[in-house]
Design a protein around this ligand. Structure first.
Ligand code: FE2
Length: 206
């Protein structure tokens, strides 16, 4: 199974991009997130600080532009920000996302010229809603990937992954896709295989 697939969706409009940039410029990305990661990894790495936002204005905008591509789901818009506070390359260290099983991401700012997502030989399908940090020493990389500009991707974020070599701030928009009948705020169970079955025409390779 592929861990990342390019998705055939149009780029977000200038309206969405500008609204996100304006919103992010007003946010404080708490250093606490960086401190916690440093502690977990025994101060052996230089993590980013990070935050995720799900503002109502973005959900309204993404539903206008993207809802019709996803007849089986209801969309929400999320913003991810990974910020390097230092002059050395930083990382989002090895972890498994549990708030979502797939990441449908479009990078507004890649955060550097050679930012790579690594996937590792551990996958966890249990759904708890809480992300799990993993030590680098516990896993082995199996695949790595540089996202092309102006492209949507679907990532298998149930597989352990990290983002390496972030020089500045990495900002992305993510589509949260939720099966409406479940009455959930997030759909923890829905995975990349389900996505390929529901939307094969959107999956254009990696
Ligand atoms: Fe992740």
């Amino acid at each position: 199974m592929k861990n990342v697939i390019a998705i055939d969706l149009p780029q977000p409009s200038t309206k969405i991009i500008e609204a996100i940039k304006k919103f992010v410029a007003l946010q404080t990305i708490s250093i606490d997130s960086k401190n916690k990661l440093e502690e977990f990894h025994h101060h052996t790495i230089n993590p980013v600080s990070f935050n995720f936002f799900v503002p109502d204005f973005l959900t309204l905008l993404v539903r206008k532009e993207y809802q019709h591509f996803f007849p089986h789901h209801q969309l929400k818009g999320m913003i991810g920000v990974f910020k390097n506070h230092t002059t050395s390359p930083a990382c989002m260290p090895t972890h498994i996302d549990r708030t979502r099983a797939i990441g449908l991401n479009y990078f507004i700012d890649s955060g550097g010229n050679d930012v790579r997502t690594f996937f590792y030989d551990r996958e966890d399908i249990s759904a708890t809603g809480i992300s799990t940090n993993v030590l680098y020493s516990e896993v082995t990389p199996i695949e790595n990937f540089i996202a092309k500009p102006n492209t949507w991707y679907c990532y298998n974020v149930r597989r352990c992954h990290s983002v390496e070599n972030i020089e500045t701030t990495r900002t992305f928009i993510a589509l949260k896709i939720i099966r409406p009948g479940l009455g959930l705020d997030s759909d923890y169970e829905y995975n990349i295989i389900d996505f390929q079955k529901d939307y094969p025409h959107l999956c254009i390779g990696s």
